[in-house]
Design a protein around this ligand. Structure first.
Ligand SMILES: Cc1cc2nc3c(=O)[nH]c(=O)nc-3n(C[C@H](O)[C@H](O)[C@H](O)COP(=O)(O)OP(=O)(O)OC[C@H]3O[C@@H](n4cnc5c(N)ncnc54)[C@H](O)[C@@H]3O)c2cc1C
Length: 568
């Protein structure tokens, strides 16, 4: 542990080994791996621990609590594909993928699972019963279900099915008292009984329900109006006044491990639709994008996604890297699928943006009619190309859409790298006509300095703008807060959210006050205090993020280890 934050505490590893049965690791390669996620930050942990079971996590909470004199904390990490820096920490990082990797049960319309299960493995189990978790991500081949809960993730079917928050029925969570708690929705009567309980859980319910009751109007006023959001804590959803249900899961989902560590998840599942038809729309510029989007939405696609010309260019450059995905889809070899498009695109100007809308249902006729009707409707627009994609040809669009960011991540070049910092903005689709020209104007100021790709969930008004930057250059790193300030200000002016699904973490946490105002930020902080009064879980994220800390841990800034003042 040389050079680490805990120099002088050489026996930390030995001490922790005494209280857990899982693995305690301090080898440089593992610490290096766990220093990064898919974000623009690098934070090197002191130790990585793979807890064997819930009891190990409970023991770790107790250990951290017992060692208040040193600034220890626990940060859960699943697959580490977070784009906001959520699973990064200088202290103890818990690898949830090693032992929390079992799907416990798939029932009639639900599944109970451990959080470290990769989504791709989880789906194999649910599909055996013809069931699906419909909030899966574009990173579905890479991420775990626990990370989806941590970030309140979303994906291509969110337009119709909402994000992870909607599909979590029950959680087991280790809280700051060092015990595992089962969190489920409570009726009003159950809540009244719970708050009389003198236990930690009773006090928690009492304080959170009191806070919500006292601040009801403020909280409702700040409920984001966008169809997706993963910023802040979803205080507005805890008490469902219509159904008279109080559900603390609404706070834990999307809290990025800042309130406790999830050890088991019960998901609601759906039966996937059997038939689908895809409409592809190519636009030469972004000028008509808003109108085309609103037009297609009238025909109620299940998914409505987009990717731009830069994404296509990069994808063609790295065609072989898509091979594995085509294999997974049992599809034709990659070259056969992508080459026709490549040859055609060589001889023409690429479209600025491609939209794909998928219509689903239980009969071929129904879905084809929907796609055809949307296709007909779009004929009124000039300078766009649209077609109903022949059955069997839609895989390539999904693969381009889902995997382009990952390919880009690994191939952006020797000096350039993907820099997600305005990667997840969302506004109401009705506002796109006024919002998009303003966004284009802001981004035009940086056209000469950075290239960026745009992809995303256009039907939700959710754009993933990913610049490619040389993070070793200070002048490039300095652009990050400058562009964030301009883009987020614009998003907030339009009542949007700075993150639809990638959460706050280190990259956006410090902007929560700008998005919600000081009063709401204080409520988020108050909830954190109620759940975690001693600051045991995941520091410096979300409500406790600061510009200074995040800036200091930017990748390329050279600062990976920080001297820490000891507590007390
Ligand atoms: C190529 C690519 C594409 C992506 N596309 C999407 C997309 O379409 N939609 C989307 O939403 N995101 C997307 N992401 C971001 C990311 O993949 C998702 O947010 C994903 O759900 C994170 O899962 P993970 O297992 O990697 O979690 P991690 O990155 O390990 O963790 C995510 C957060 O959850 C917390 N956490 C992890 N486990 C637990 C636990 N057991 N208890 C409590 N908290 C926990 C962590 O502390 C962290 O704050 C993409 C990322 C990449 C690299």
């Amino acid at each position: 542990m040389a050079d680490s934050l805990y120099d002088g505490l050489m026996d930390l590893k030995t001490q922790i080994q005494k209280v857990v049965r899982g693995d305690v690791i301090d080898t440089p390669d593992v610490l290096d791996t766990f220093s990064k996620d898919a974000s623009i930050f690098v934070v090197r942990p002191a130790l990585v621990i793979a807890p064997k079971d819930s009891e190990d996590i409970q023991a770790l909470v107790q250990f951290v609590d017992d060692h208040q004199e040193i600034d220890l904390s626990l940060t859960p990490r699943s697959a580490g594909t977070c784009m906001s820096g959520g699973p990064l920490s200088e202290s103890l990082v818990l690898d949830m993928t090693k032992y929390f990797d079992k799907v416990i049960k798939v029932g009639e319309d639900y599944a109970i699972t451990e959080p470290g299960v990769y989504y791709r493995n989880f789906e194999k189990e649910t599909l055996k019963k013809n069931l699906l978790l419909p909030c899966y991500t574009s990173s579905r081949e890479l991420n775990t279900v626990g990370g989806m809960v941590g970030n309140n993730s979303a994906g291509e079917k969110t337009l119709s099915y909402g994000q992870t928050e909607r599909w979590v029925k029950e959680l087991k969570v280790v809280l700051s008292d060092g015990e595992e708690h089962t969190i489920k929705p409570l009726t009003k009567r159950e809540l009244e009984a719970k708050v009389k309980d003198r236990s930690f859980e009773g006090k928690l319910y009492k304080q959170v329900s009191g806070l919500i009751e006292r601040n009801w109007e403020l909280i409702q006023k700040h409920r984001p109006l966008t169809s997706k959001n993963s910023t802040g804590l979803y205080l507005w959803n805890v008490w469902d006044a219509q159904r008279q249900v109080f559900d603390l899961n609404k706070l834990i989902v999307g809290s990025q491990g800042t309130l406790g560590i999830v050890t088991e998840i019960k998901f609601q599942l759906v039966k996937p639709k059997t038939q689908k038809a895809m409409l592809e729309v190519e636009l030469g510029s972004l000028d008509q994008l808003d109108k085309v989007v609103l037009d297609v939405l009238q025909f109620k696609p299940e998914s409505f996604e987009c990717f731009d010309d830069q994404t296509i260019k990069f994808s063609y450059r790295f065609i072989p890297d898509f091979k594995e995905d085509f294999k997974k889809h049992n599809s034709d070899p990659v070259q056969l699928k992508l080459l026709p498009g490549f040859m055609r695109d060589l001889f023409r100007k690429l479209p600025k943006i491609v939209l794909i809308a998928e219509f689903t249902g239980d009969s071929v006729e129904e879905v084809t009619n929907q796609a055809e009707a949307a296709h007909e409707s779009l004929k009124k627009f000039s300078k766009i190309t649209t077609r109903v994609v022949p059955a069997g040809d839609s895989d390539k669009y999904w693969i381009l859409r889902r995997d382009s960011f990952n390919i880009l991540r690994h191939h952006s070049g020797k000096t350039l790298r993907t820099a997600p910092f305005i990667d997840d903005i969302v506004v109401q689709v009705e506002k796109l006509p006024l919002f998009l020209p303003r966004l284009q104007k802001v981004m035009a100021q940086y056209r000469k300095k950075i290239i960026y790709t745009i992809a995303g969930h256009i039907g939700n008004g959710n754009f993933h703008i990913i610049p490619l930057m040389d993070m070793h250059k200070k002048e490039m790193r300095d652009l990050i807060p400058e562009i964030q300030e301009k883009v987020f200000s614009l998003v907030f002016e339009f009542g949007g959210s700075m993150a639809a699904e990638h959460n706050d973490g280190l990259v956006r946490g410090a902007y929560l006050e700008k998005m919600y105002g000081a009063e709401m930020l204080n409520l988020f902080k108050a909830v954190k205090k109620i759940f975690d009064p001693k600051g045991i879980f995941n520091p410096h994220k979300k409500m406790n993020a600061t510009h200074e800390y995040s800036q200091a841990h930017l990748s390329g800034s050279g600062i990976t280890v920080k001297d820490y003042a000891r507590k007390g």
